[in-house]
Design a protein around this ligand. Sequence first.
Ligand code: M6R
Length: 611
Amino acid sequence: MCGIVGYVGTECCAHLLLSGLRRLEYRGYDSAGIAIANDDGQVQVCRAEGKLTNLEQAYRQEPFDGAIGVGHTRWATHGRPSESNAHPHRAGRVVVAHNGIIENYLELKEKLTAQGREFTSETDTEVVAHLIDEAWNPSTRSLHEATCEALEEIEGSYALAVISTENPEELVVARNASPMVIARGRDCAFAASDVPAVLDHTRRFIFLHDGDTAVLRTGGIEVFDSNGEPVEREVKRIAWDPISAEKQGYKHFMLKEIHEQPARITDTLRGRVSVDRGEVHLPELGLDEQTVQKLDKIVFVACGTSFFAAQIAKYMIEEVARIPVETDLASEFRYRNPLISDDTLAIAISQSGETADTLAAIREAGERGARTLGIVNVIESTIAREADGVIYTHAGPEIGVASTKAFTTQLTAVAMLAIKLGRLKGTLDVAQARELIEALRHVPAEMENLLQDSSLYEKLARGYSQAKSFLYLGRGNQYPIAMEGALKLKEISYIHAEGYAAGEMKHGPIALIDRNMPVVVLSPRNSVYEKTASNLEEVKARGGRIIAIGTEGDERLDAFSDVVIPLPKVHEFVQPLISVVVVQLIAYHIADFKGTDIDQPRNLAKSVTVE
Ligand code: M6R
C-alpha cells in the first residue's frame, strides 16, 4: 500500500514527482523519496523518514533535477520506517521503486549476498534492484530485458518503476497483483501506482494487466504481456476529479476499503501459508513447539473492533489448538489484577498499534511475566516494537475511521495463528490444516462475489434508515460479528444498535421486539444453525422485522424473514470473514442514505492514544 509516480520526458520533473506523491500520500506516509537521472546519466536520490514535508524539506536543501525520475511514498511492510528503508533503492546502475511484497526475498538476499552484493536496507525491494543490476549487461541487452529476467526469479506481488544510470531515456515498469497505470503525454510518459498521482497532467490511462511490463520513453510507450510479447492495451479516459480519484471512484474511503478487503486478505496470507504442506509460516512469532506445549492459556487484549477480532480468535484457537483463551477489553484488563503466569501468552490486537489502553494492557501482561505478541497493522508502532513477537496484518493505511479491512486482515492473522498453534500443539494434523488453509485461501474470491451487487443494500437502506434502534443477533463465531455489525451501524449512522448472543435474547432483549425494531440475524448454515433459526422464529412470533443473513438457498430463512441476504457456502472456520462484509455494507448504505459523515463520524478519532 505504497504510492509510485514516474516520469520520462523533456521537462525537469522534480516538481512533478513531488506533487504526484502529495496526491498519493493517503496510500502511505511513513517515508518518501525521489530519484532523478540527468542527461549525463547521473542519478541522484533524496529520501526522508516521515511525512512528505520532510522529503520536500530535504530536497530543498540540496535540489537536483532531470527529465526522468521516480518517486515513492511508503507504508512499511518489510523493515521499519527509516530513511535507509525508504524507496527508491539503488543497486549499482539500477534504481527501483516498488509496491507489494516479495515473498522469497530472504532466499534471494542470501544468494545475492553470496555473490558479493551488499545490502543497505532491510527491505524486500532492494533485492529487485540487485537482481536487475546483476542481470544487466548494457552492451547486449536492454534494461527492460534485464528487468524481465530478474522478475522470473521473484515470487510475490509488485508494481515496479525502474530507471538507470546507463540509459536515462527509458523508464521500465512492471505489474503483478499490485496496480500500475501508464499514460502518454506530449513528448513525455507517466507511470503511477494510482491515477491521482498524474491526474493533473492527463486523463487517458492504460491500466496494466498482471504480468505486463512496459517501456516508457519521451516518444512513446511499449507494453509487453507476461510472455514478453508486444501487446496493445486499451486506453481509458478517467473523468474523476482528484479527490474522488483518491477514493478510486468510490463515494467514501470506507466503501473503497470494504471493496479492498479481498486484496488485503490475499496480501496478509501471501508467503505465509502452504496448502500442499499444510503449513503456516510465521517466523516473526518466535514460538516453538516446547513453548506452545507449556502454554497455560492465551489472553487477548484489545479495544473496539479489534476486540471483536479477539473474540473470534477465541473460537478459532480453542477449536483448533485446544488452548484456553480469555479475551479482555484492554481498558478492563489493566485495572482488574489479572491472573497471568510465565506460561501465559498475551496477545494485543490493534490496527494502529498505538491505542493507549491496549498498549497499557499488553505492558501490564508482560510485567506480570507473560510472553507478549502483537497483531498489528502499522509497522514499528509502539505495540509492534514492544511485544516479544508480532504478526503484521497487511491491510495498508485505513483512512475511514470505521475499521473494515483492518478487521478482516486481523481475522486472517488470527486464523493463521490458530492453525500454527494447532500444528505446534499437535491437535491438528496435516490434512486438517490443509482443509483450513484451503478455506482461508478461498475467502478473497468469495468476498469478491459478495461485493458485486449493492442494490439489495441500497433498497434495505431506504426501508430501514428511519428505525431508531437495531438488534443484531448471532451465535458461536457469528456472535462477535453481531456486535461488530451493531458497532459499525452506531458509529457511522448514529442509530442505536445492540449486538447480542442469540441465545441470550430471551433473557431480556426480547422485551424490545416489535414492528419498529429491525432484528439482523446472522444465521449461516453451521454447527449452531438450528439453534439460531429457533431464535429467529421467536422474533417472528413477536412481530419483529427480520433481516436474515444466511447461506444461499436457505428456504427456511426465506419463510421467516422480511429480507434475506445470501452468503456463499464456506467452511465454518472462515464464516466470520464473509458475514462481516454484509454487516459493513448494511451500516455503510444506511449511513449513506442518512447522509452522515461516514469517513469521519462525529466524536470519533482513528487512533485513540489517550485513556
Ligand atoms: O487501532 P486499534 O485497532 O487499537 O483501534 C481500536 C478501536 O479504537 C477501533 O477498532 C474502533 O473501535 C474503530 N473505530 C471501529 O470501527
